[in-house]
Design a protein around this ligand. Structure first.
Ligand SMILES: [Zn+2]
Length: 307
């Protein structure tokens, strides 16, 4: 039995956005809000048309619920879906294309390795996007479920939001991705031109992307890497974590960055500092993914092996 607080949620209309998910009681940071099994899941290399085949095996109630989700395909993408239905000899091509569009729009990556496997999780698919979200969704392979955790304290009445894009991304790139893939323009505080915060946020994200690229080049041991030493990598990563904090971002990325710092300190044989940052990574992953996440176990093992 996976404990969640999904009884603390309600689905209702968000002005101008369709439906959204709201907290009906206070939720503290780290609370597991949802833990869901997929409604429809596709393995890597499985064609999208299989989403339609699986859809037809669902109960009428589940089919009805699924069809209330948003499909964002534009005219060109919809024509591609219809053509694909024809190629597979599907009779109910309009309905099938609609279901495939919903799948495409709401699918969540369940395995990043190779050609990603994916799934649609009915309840999470209702959660709207924010570039400064208060929750994060993760797939837990061991549970076979997608879990959603509050990444900061949420007050009763607040809308629950997750990020549909990579948080460490330039404002224009995020906005293009949201528009192109999900068919909406974001008006969160980081995107709303009328807000002073949006200007600061755009500068901060630009800075974050640059630092992240420098760190990736160092971690990949690239010839062009600007960062040359583990000490410089630690300093740059700390700076990036600081910027994420100023931006109001908390989630797995912060855990990954602490993990990286731990590795840099390990390379320097500074075991105490390494331990401190692995501990911080463990804390972040436990809050954002849960103590039952495989990464938490991996970190526990790492800590046990440190001198
Ligand atoms: Zn936004």
């Amino acid at each position: 039995m996976v404990q969640t607080r999904d009884n603390a949620l309600s689905v209702r209309e968000v002005p101008g956005k369709g439906l959204g998910v709201y907290a009906i009681s206070d939720l503290s940071k780290g609370t597991r809000i949802l833990a869901q099994k997929p409604t429809i899941a596709l393995k890597a290399h499985q064609p999208l048309v299989d989403a339609w085949r699986i859809f037809q095996t669902l109960s009428p109630t589940k089919q009805r619920q699924f069809k209330t989700l948003h499909g964002a395909a534009n005219h060109r993408k919809m024509n591609d879906l219809l053509r694909s239905c024809d190629e597979h000899g599907i009779r109910d091509r309009d309905e099938a294309a609609h279901v495939m569009d919903i799948y495409n729009t709401n699918a969540f990556e369940t395995d990043r390795k190779g050609n990603a496997a994916s799934a649609v999780f009915q309840k999470t698919a209702r959660i709207n996007h924010s570039c400064i979200p208060n929750a994060e969704a993760t797939y837990n392979k061991r549970l076979g479920r997608q879990v959603v955790h509050a990444t900061r304290d949420v007050k009763a009445g607040d809308e629950i939001t997750v990020s549909y894009t990579r948080p460490i991304e330039r404002t224009a790139v995020r906005q293009w991705h949201l528009e192109d893939h999900y068919g909406f323009s974001c008006d969160c505080p980081a995107c709303d031109d009328d807000e002073e915060f949006a200007t600061e946020s755009a500068e901060r994200r630009e800075h974050m992307v640059n630092l992240n690229e420098m760190l990736e080049a160092y971690n990949d041991d690239a010839d062009c890497a600007v960062i040359k030493t583990a000490e410089e990598a630690v300093e740059t990563t700390e700076q990036l974590i600081g910027l994420m904090g100023e931006e109001g971002l908390f989630g797995k990325d912060v855990g990954r960055l602490h993990w990286d710092i731990g590795s840099h300190y390990e390379a320097l044989e500074r075991w105490k500092d390494a331990r401190k940052h692995y501990d911080l990574a463990l804390e972040v992953y436990t809050l954002c993914c849960g103590a039952d996440h495989p990464l938490v176990e991996k970190l526990d093992l790492k800590l046990a092996k440190l001198p």
